[in-house]
Design a protein around this ligand. Structure first.
Ligand SMILES: [Zn+2]
Length: 67
């Protein structure tokens, strides 16, 4: 954790395959919206978190407002 923090952003994505939220472990169905952590520099090999829209709103937006 840490070195890429300033380059991270969250991209809204439509699930093309079945996924599981990495925060609450609930399933994300095919065609559902989820949020994926990305880096602004695509050359860096980075595997970001995938979270459902509920976790994104609860954890990520709320957290960044409090900062
Ligand atoms: Zn979730």
């Amino acid at each position: 954790m840490g070195q890429y923090d300033s380059m991270k952003f969250w991209k809204q994505t439509i699930a093309r395959t079945f996924k599981v939220c990495q925060m609450c472990n609930r399933p994300i169905n095919i065609g559902g919206v989820y949020y994926r952590e990305r880096l602004t520099d695509p050359k860096i090999n980075f595997i970001g978190k995938k979270v459902c829209s509920d976790c994104y709103k609860d954890q990520i937006i709320n957290k960044s407002i409090r900062k």
